[in-house]
Design a binder for this molecule. Structure first.
Ligand code: PLP
Length: 456
């Protein structure tokens, strides 16, 4: 039975707020990802594992700010850290260095030993953009390679082949760069090489073909947070990139402090040249960072001649020698305080969250299997997805074979039952999810299927 009539009935105020938003913003949203048909639910509050919408419905939240909220909504450790930082120094935008910048960096390095030096940004997108600029500056090459189906944020070089039409994407062993946005620089696709995920042989062939131009390979070590690279594939990728003088960038914006506390790199025991982090590390506030080998990161170190006053005095040293990285809000103390609080809490409760994630995955899988429905719950650490498909999911093209319309229907039914994730999105688990949430989720499934089959 169709979940939409009940959805429309329960979310009338969301409809009204969204309609008013459409008069102000294209599509009524500030980010395309927030939109889904017929209209998105408008939330007004969050507390722990719960969300409340403008109609007064409450939900168990499995979206968790697209994975950013590792401790759930409004966790005391985070709000207290932000409040006390604010009370101490106001909104404390000094525009100067401050101590928390170093304290936070030391903390990150405890979990990510591959990060010898780092720089802060205001989002994951900015971090990956900067990582690619570091690679181009350091190697003095011109192209970057990314994997089909991988997402690295919203800037030109990586806006190819995230969710391509298979016909346009061409051969699975040598995929074409399919633009994912209007307004990309014409011809830009020549600078982005698309690689097939979890296919070592085809990947190596392409890397060898483009080795003279390729500055870096950027990879989500666990695609979308839930399709893991195979160990042999990852080890091979590290070896080939090293041999060919191509930098390896791990985009751990999603996987950092989620696949494991030390990110996917700690699981694969692979040392990337550069790493990007975001989401969890800002405690729900806008943040990101790029870090890696000292000799690469030092390309951004200001030298004499890199600011206007120096340049006037010491002609000869040019800005082209130094990587440009600046930002009014970089290293904002309130965000660093929030991030530190999150990491400290996770040190105490990550294992518990991991165990809960396994339990939830098992319960969901046995619910569907008990009804003869083939389901998979791929993932790593505290993220997973519900995929209705036969056969192993190893890459983007495998994922395309899943039954998305069943999944989407299910997501709307779950929303009607008070279980929220954006339709078709993955599940991100937080420290605040527990036995009560699990029971409510499984009860919701029982209700949906009792209605569907007429049997409890
Ligand atoms: N990289 C990955 C792997 C991501 O999942 C995302 C966001 O979902 C980004 C980069 C971009 O981060 P942000 O949305 O903070 O710009």
């Amino acid at each position: 039975y169709c979940p939409l009539p009940l959805y429309l009935e329960r979310t009338k105020e969301s409809y009204r707020v969204h309609a008013a938003a459409q008069e102000q913003m294209p599509g009524g949203v500030t980010a395309n990802i927030k939109h889904f048909a017929p209209y998105p639910i408008v939330m007004k509050g969050g507390d722990g594992a719960r969300l409340t919408d403008v109609d007064g419905n409450t939900y168990i939240d499995y979206l968790m700010g697209y994975g950013s909220l590792a401790l759930g909504h409004g966790h005391l450790a985070v709000t207290q850290a932000v409040n006390s930082q604010m009370q101490k120094d106001g909104t404390c935008l000094f525009g100067t260095p401050h101590r928390l910048e170093t304290e936070y960096a030391k903390k990150i390095k405890c979990f990510f030993p591959s990060i010898e030096r780092l720089r802060y940004t205001n989002s994951g997108t900015e971090a990956t953009l900067l990582a690619i600029r570091f690679a181009l500056a350091y190697t003095r090459k011109t192209k970057v390679a990314k994997f089909e189906g991988h997402y690295h944020g919203g800037f030109n070089e990586v806006l190819y082949s995230i969710n391509p039409d298979e016909i346009k994407a061409g051969d699975a062993e040598e995929p074409l760069a399919v633009p994912e946005s209007a307004g990309l620089v014409p011809g830009g696709e020549k600078n982005t090489i698309i690689l097939p995920f979890n296919n070592s042989h085809a990947c190596e062939t392409l890397l060898r073909k483009h080795q003279n131009d390729l500055a870096a390979v950027i990879i989500e070590p666990v695609q979308g947070g839930f399709i893991p690279a195979e160990q042999a594939f990852m080890t091979h990728l590290r070896e080939v990139t090293r041999e060919l003088g191509i930098l390896l960038i791990f985009d751990e914006v999603k996987t950092g402090f989620r696949s494991a506390l030390g990110g996917a790199q700690s699981v694969y025991r692979v040392r990337p040249d550069l790493t990007t982090l975001g989401k969890v590390i800002g405690g729900g506030l806008p943040f990101g960072l790029v870090g890696g080998k000292k000799e690469i990161m030092d390309v951004s170190s200001p030298r004499s001649g890199s600011d206007v006053f120096d340049t006037l005095q010491s002609r000869g040293s040019s800005a082209e020698d130094t990587l440009f990285h600046s930002g009014t809000y970089n290293g904002h103390p309130m965000i660093l305080a929030a991030g530190l609080a999150v990491i400290e809490e996770l040190e105490k409760s990550y294992t518990k969250t991991l165990n809960f994630t396994c339990e939830l995955k098992n319960e969901l899988a046995s619910f569907f299997e008990g009804r003869g429905i083939t389901v998979q719950t791929p993932g790593m650490g505290t993220i997973f997805n519900l995929v209705f498909a036969d056969g192993q999911i190893r890459n983007y093209r495998d994922l395309k074979k899943a039954d998305l319309s069943f999944r989407k229907d299910l997501d709307f039914h779950l929303i009607n039952e008070g279980i929220y994730t954006k339709p078709l999105n993955r599940y991100s688990i937080a420290t605040v999810h527990g036995e009560q949430e699990l029971r409510k989720s499984i009860d919701a499934l029982h209700n949906i299927f009792a209605h569907r089959t007429g049997r409890p």
